[in-house]
Ligand binder design. Structure first.
Ligand code: 0WD
Ligand code: CA
Length: 380
C-alpha cells in the first residue's frame, strides 16, 4: 500500500523541528568554495560476462591500445551481424553492487568500527551514473530524474527509477538512434585488447552484457560514499598508477565543424564527461570524433583534471564547484529526510527541469531497492 504524502508522513508530533520539503537546483545557490572531495580509492571490482552473470574478479577488464595516426574505424561495421544487445527493459537496480558488497564486506574501509559491527560504515551506496546525474542537475534543462532511497543499518542506498519520459524515449527509439547507441561500443572494440599483450579484434562480436566495474570509496564534505562505475579499459603499463589512476574512459561524439558545435560540445558534452570521470577519479578520456556515417575522423585525449580550464572561455559556462556543492547539499537533504532505518520504506526523490527537488514516501512498493536476499545475508 503506497502512501504519497509530501507533508505529513514525518510524524503526528508537530513539536519536532520542521524539515525542508524541497531543495532548489538553482546554480547561483551553489557558487561557493569547492567542497572537500577525497581522492577516490578503489576497494574492489567485479565483472559481468556475456550472459550478465556476476564474477567477483577482473576477467572483463580490457587494455587500452593507442590507435594509428589516421585509424580507419567504421563504427557501423557489425551492427546487423555481430551485435548482442543487453536487454535494457530489465531493471537491475543495485543488484550487482549488492552482490559485490556481500562478497567483500571485510574490504570496506571503516574507521573506529568493531570487527563485529553490523554497519557498513558508509553513508551512501549507489551507482556512479546516478551521482553523475545529480552533479549535472543545476545545468540540465532537458531530462529530469527520480532517485529512490532507503536506509538499512545506517547506510542509505540510492537507486534510479526510470521516469515516464525516459521510458517513452527508450520504447520509441528510431532505427537510427538504435544503431548510434551501438557506435560507442564498437569504438571500444577498436580501442581495446582483451589481454595485456593483445591487440583489438574488430572482427569479433560486440556484446553489451559484458562489463567491468570498479568499486570506489570516497568522501564528499561529510558524506562517506561507496559507489561503482563501469570502466572501459586500463593502460597497459604495469608501472602506471594504481586504479583508478590507470583507467581510461572511451567516448564517441559527432565531429566538430562549426564554432556553434564547438560551443555546444564544451557546454553540454564536456560537462557530462567531466562529471562521470571526475567522480571515480578516472584521469583520462579518449574521444573518437565521427562523421554522420559512423567513420571516426579523429581521436583525442582529454585529461579529466584539465576539462574545467578548457571550458572557461565559454560564456556563462558550467562550473565544477556548482556541481559538487549541489551534490553535497542534495546528499544532506536526503539525510535530513531519510530518517527511518527500514528497507521496506522508499523515499522517492524527483527532479524536473526548472523545478525544485521534491519527494514522496512509499511502503512495500514496486520502488523497493533492497532485495530479501541482501537483507537476509547481511543479518546472518
Ligand atoms: O538501473 C539503472 N537505471 C542503471 C544501471 C543506469 C546506469 C547504469 N546501470 C548499471 C549497469 O549495470 C552498469 O553496468 O550500472 C552499471 C555501471 O553503471 P555506471 O558506470 O554507474 O553508469 P554510467 O556512468 O551511466 O555509464 C557508464 C557506462 C556507459 O558508457 P558511456 O561511455 O556511454 O557513459 O555503462 C554503460 C555505458 O556503456 N551503461 C549501462 N550499462 C548497463 N545498464 C547503462 C545501463 N542502464 N547505462 C550506461
Ligand atoms: Ca564509455
Amino acid at each position: 500500500s503506497d502512501y504519497n504524502t509530501n507533508k505529513r508522513h514525518r510524524s503526528s508530533d508537530e513539536s519536532q523541528q520542521r524539515l525542508p520539503e524541497t531543495l532548489s537546483a538553482h546554480r547561483q545557490l551553489y557558487e561557493r568554495n569547492f567542497p572537500l572531495y577525497k581522492q577516490p580509492v578503489e576497494v574492489g571490482f567485479f565483472s559481468l560476462d556475456s550472459r550478465r552473470s556476476f564474477f567477483n574478479d577482473q576477467r572483463q577488464l580490457r587494455y587500452y591500445v593507442q590507435p594509428r595516426k589516421s585509424p580507419d574505424f567504421n563504427l557501423r561495421d557489425g551492427y546487423t551481424s555481430r551485435f548482442v544487445k543487453r536487454d535494457d527493459s530489465v531493471k537491475e537496480k543495485l543488484d550487482h553492487l549488492l552482490q559485490w558488497i556481500l562478497a567483500n564486506r571485510d574490504k570496506i574501509q571503516t574507521r573506529d568500527q568493531t570487527p563485529s559491527s553490523s554497519a557498513l560504515g558508509v553513508d551512501f551506496v549507489t551507482w556512479r551514473g546516478h551521482l553523475t546525474k545529480v552533479l549535472t542537475t543545476p545545468y540540465e534543462t532537458q531530462e529530469g530524474w527520480m532517485l529512490a532511497a532507503s536506509k538499512f543499518r545506517g547506510t542509505i542506498y540510492i537507486s534510479e527509477v526510470e521516469t515516464d519520459a525516459a521510458r517513452e524515449n527508450r520504447e520509441t527509439r528510431s532505427e537510427r538512434q538504435e544503431e548510434m547507441m551501438y557506435w560507442g561500443y564498437k569504438f571500444e572494440q577498436y580501442m581495446c585488447a582483451d589481454n595485456v599483450d593483445g591487440t583489438p579484434d574488430p572482427g569479433g562480436v560486440v556484446n553489451t552484457n559484458e562489463a567491468f566495474c570498479t568499486v570506489v570509496q570516497t568522501r564528499l564534505a561529510d558524506h562517506k560514499l561507496l559507489f561503482s562505475g563501469e570502466v572501459d579499459c586500463r593502460v597497459k603499463d604495469p608501472d602506471a598508477p594504481p586504479a583508478p589512476g590507470c583507467y581510461v574512459e572511451l567516448k564517441t561524439s559527432a565531429e566538430i565543424c562549426t564554432p556553434k558545435q564547438q560551443s555546444n560540445f564544451h557546454r553540454y558534452k564536456l560537462l557530462k564527461w567531466w562529471a562521470q570521470s571526475f567522480l571515480p577519479g578516472v584521469p583520462q578520456i579518449v574521444a573518437g570524433f565521427r562523421d554522420h556515417d559512423g567513420i571516426v575522423v579523429s581521436v583525442e585525449t582529454f585529461q579529466t583534471s584539465k576539462i574545467s580550464q578548457l571550458i572557461k572561455n565559454e560564456y556563462n559556462c558550467w562550473k565544477p564547484t556548482v556541481c559538487m556543492n549541489f551534490c553535497s547539499d542534495f546528499l544532506s537533504f536526503i539525510k535530513s529526510v531519510v530518517k527511518e532505518d527500514d528497507p521496506r520504506l522508499v523515499y522517492l526523490f524527483r527532479w524536473d527541469p526548472h523545478r525544485d527537488v521534491t519527494y514522496t514516501v512509499h511502503r512495500d512498493s514496486p520502488f523497493t531497492i533492497l532485495p530479501d536476499w541482501y537483507i537476509k545475508d547481511m543479518k546472518s
